[in-house]
Design a protein around this ligand. Structure first.
Ligand code: UDP
Length: 487
């Protein structure tokens, strides 16, 4: 390991949400493997989710550590222990959580003043981090957890506002100025984009955008070969300094790292592997909707019925957040046994070892909500996907998978789903049709071929000499130059 006297010290400040923390912790680990002294700042509860992994990295020689700061739950009007956005259940709680992030400034600023690192990599939600970094005279890089295509699409919408010129929520419009012709409708966009008047949420978003555009640059968990035109567009049209370092999930090489990623799921690691080992290659579809999705009981049942009818073998992760009620309530008596009949399905209640499952050779498809991490993890494993976007930038991500990369089959989601929805927006026929289309037949074969080729490129990107590896090296060089010239 490269330990020179000019060793860079970088502070990492991830947003406390699984979809942000998981990749930024991996990025910090990857930086440390390149000789950087990496310090991750988070709250005690969040730290406990990845401290074992960091300890293992330290034993392997990485200079990486965690500093914890108590989250000001009480001061922010949140219940004790609400240290992660996944624990918020209403807009008010969400707003309070963001308020908590600003109360975080003082203790973190103190750490920074004591340690005087060479760079701060922070989620844009910590908008104050720009000013704090400026005060210390160090660069601040933004990491917002998504990819180039959604960032470019969002930039175009904010710039040209085509969604304000259509007459209905359903009417389609082209996102202006992108390298591909991509259509959208208002119902697939977040409320904050549609609100012409300032609300508490739009004010937060504006603050985040300001933090992004005034940062030194941004780190993106993606790789050049997947979205080359959008890497260029980000640099040349959006005008950002960007470095792609992904797919970062590929830094998890062994099963222990994979199964403890995000949360410890070692309890079901062996069960999943034993089950998958009995299956033919590419014969299992994996279903998971990330860390934040909430479905109605009726919608979950509809998925179960569709899986049964599809005749496909499956692993279905029903994480704690997927369901509001008691874990089993949505399943009629005997339904789980029926679904599991002859070992055809495995239902995981709790946090699934997603990367471990996706990487297994028996896995042949992925039903995903198109969260950016899941998208990239599916791509890195060379899998075609059924796309079921729910919110955030997921409807853009679906476009990338289906229309640009041509490795996705849409389930037919047309609008944002909300957490309290008790309806069934997607019916069993549509789910069964999409699952079958991704797993069986000529079209499935062709998609699988394209996905496998992309998976190979993803792995190549993070290897020595690959595009993401080179991008990381060049960023480190720039940061070293800044450090030297400011000394
Ligand atoms: N994840 C996991 N097990 C689960 C649910 C999610 O490992 O049971 C991980 C998944 O691999 C991904 C992250 O959680 O890295 C979810 O991020 P994503 O961007 O896909 O969705 P979000 O949760 O932000 O909506």
């Amino acid at each position: 390991m490269d330990k020179r006297s000019d060793q860079l010290h970088i502070y990492f400040l991830p947003m406390m949400a699984p979809g942000h923390m998981i990749p930024l912790v991996d990025i910090a680990r990857q930086f440390a493997r390149h000789g950087v002294k990496a310090t991750i700042i988070t709250t005690p509860l969040n730290a406990s989710k990845f401290s074992k992994t960091i300890q293992r990295d330290r034993e392997m020689g990485s200079d990486i550590s965690i500093r914890t700061v108590k989250f000001p739950c009480k001061e922010a009007g949140l219940p004790e222990g609400c240290e992660n956005i996944a624990s918020t259940t209403s807009t008010l709680m969400y707003l309070n959580f963001i308020k908590g992030l600003s109360l975080f400034q003082n203790p973190i600023e103190q750490f920074l003043e004591e340690d005087h690192p060479d760079c701060l990599i922070a989620a844009p939600q910590f908008s104050w981090a720009v000013d704090v970094a400026a005060k210390l005279g160090i660069p601040r890089l933004a990491f917002n957890g998504t990819g180039f295509f959604p960032l470019c699409a969002l930039h175009s919408l904010m710039e040209h506002k085509p969604h304000l010129k259509v007459e209905s929520e359903m009417e389609e419009f082209v996102i202006p100025g992108l390298p591909d012709t991509i259509k959208m409708s208002r119902q697939k966009l977040s409320e904050h984009l549609k609100d012409e008047e300032e609300t508490p949420v739009t004010a937060i978003v504006k603050d985040i955008m300001r933090a992004e555009t005034t940062s030194y640059g941004a780190i993106v968990n993606s790789f050049y070969e997947m979205e080359p035109n959008y890497v260029k567009h980000s640099r040349e049209v959006v005008g950002r300094k960007v470095w792609h370092v992904g797919p970062i999930s590929l830094c998890n090489k062994d099963n222990e790292d994979k199964s403890q990623r995000g949360q410890d799921s070692s309890f079901c690691e062996q069960k999943c592997l034993d089950w998958l080992d009995t299956k033919e290659p590419k014969s299992v579809i994996y279903i998971c909707f990330g860390s934040m999705a909430v479905f109605s009981s009726a919608q979950l049942l509809e998925i179960g019925i569709a899986l049964e009818a599809s005749n496909q073998q499956f692993i279905w992760a029903v994480t704690q957040t997927t369901i509001n009620e008691e874990q089993n309530e949505w399943m009629p008596e005997g339904f789980e046994e029926k679904l599991n009949l002859n070992g055809r399905g495995l239902i995981i209640k709790g946090w699934a070892p997603q990367v471990l499952i996706l990487d297994h050779e028996a896995t042949g498809g992925f039903v995903s909500h198109c969260g950016w991490n899941s998208l990239l993890e599916g791509v890195a494993s060379g899998l075609p996907m059924v796309t079921w976007p729910l919110s955030a930038e997921q409807f853009f991500n679906e476009k990338l998978l289906v229309e640009i990369l041509k490795i996705g089959v849409p389930v037919g989601a047309q609008a944002w789903s909300n957490r309290t929805d008790s309806t069934v927006p997607i019916n069993r026929e549509d789910i069964e049709r999409a699952v079958t289309k991704v797993m069986v037949g000529q079209e499935a074969e062709e998609m699988r071929g394209r996905a496998a080729a992309l998976g190979k490129l993803a792995k190549g990107a993070v290897e020595k000499g690959g595009s993401s590896h080179n991008s990381l090296i060049s960023l480190l060089e720039q940061l070293r130059n800044i450090k030297t010239s400011s000394n």
